[in-house]
Design a protein around this ligand. Structure first.
Ligand SMILES: [Zn+2]
Length: 178
């Protein structure tokens, strides 16, 4: 609760005139119970001189509550950590496993001295436009894609024909490495 001196200070600061009567000071102390001096002073300052001069304790209390609510709302919006510290962890894309698998298969073929299907290796330089297999990975055994297109993998290269066409168009040099 504000002291009588604090109430007098508020009244004389914002209401020029004679010293307030003790009954007025007592009434204001009662009405502003629970409000801090600084908050009352800030509310009266925000009113501006004319409104502050005639403001009732109820208006001051209301203004303090409004200011507090706005402050709470701002605090609720504050992000607890700097944005660069809450960078979401990126899930490992499945393509990495697929590529690793493809590299493993490549090594097995090399170790065994087997010839890879050169058409297939060439096609894998580009992603498959049909089954969306990323470059470096084999075509999926898909015959109908989400767009409703139907395509069968080429029997010898196990690759969708549209991918073979795309690889030929984009890499006419026909490299045989992945
Ligand atoms: Zn494909």
């Amino acid at each position: 609760m504000l002291s009588a001196d604090e109430v007098r200070a508020l009244l004389t600061t914002f209401r020029p005139g004679p010293m307030p009567a003790p009954s007025t000071v007592a009434a204001w102390r009662q009405a502003l119970a629970g409000c801090a001096f600084g908050a009352c002073h800030a509310a009266l300052t925000a009113f501006g001189p004319t409104k502050a001069r005639y403001a009732t304790p109820a208006e001051i209390v209301a203004a303090i509550h409004t200011a507090q609510a706005a402050k709470d709302a701002r605090a609720a919006e504050v992000i607890p950590f700097p944005r660069d510290r809450v960078r979401p962890s990126r899930p490992t894309p499945p393509v990495d496993y697929a590529r690793a698998g493809a590299r493993g298969i490549e090594r097995v073929y090399a170790a065994m001295g087997w010839q890879r299907n050169p058409e297939r290796a060439h096609a894998q330089r580009v992603p498959c436009p049909f089954c969306r297999a990323p470059s470096g990975t084999a075509c999926r055994p898909l015959t109908r894609n989400r767009a409703g297109h139907t395509e069968r993998r080429d029997a010898s290269s196990l690759t969708h024909p549209s991918r073979l066409d795309r690889a030929r168009a984009e890499h006419p040099d026909r490299g045989e490495r992945l």
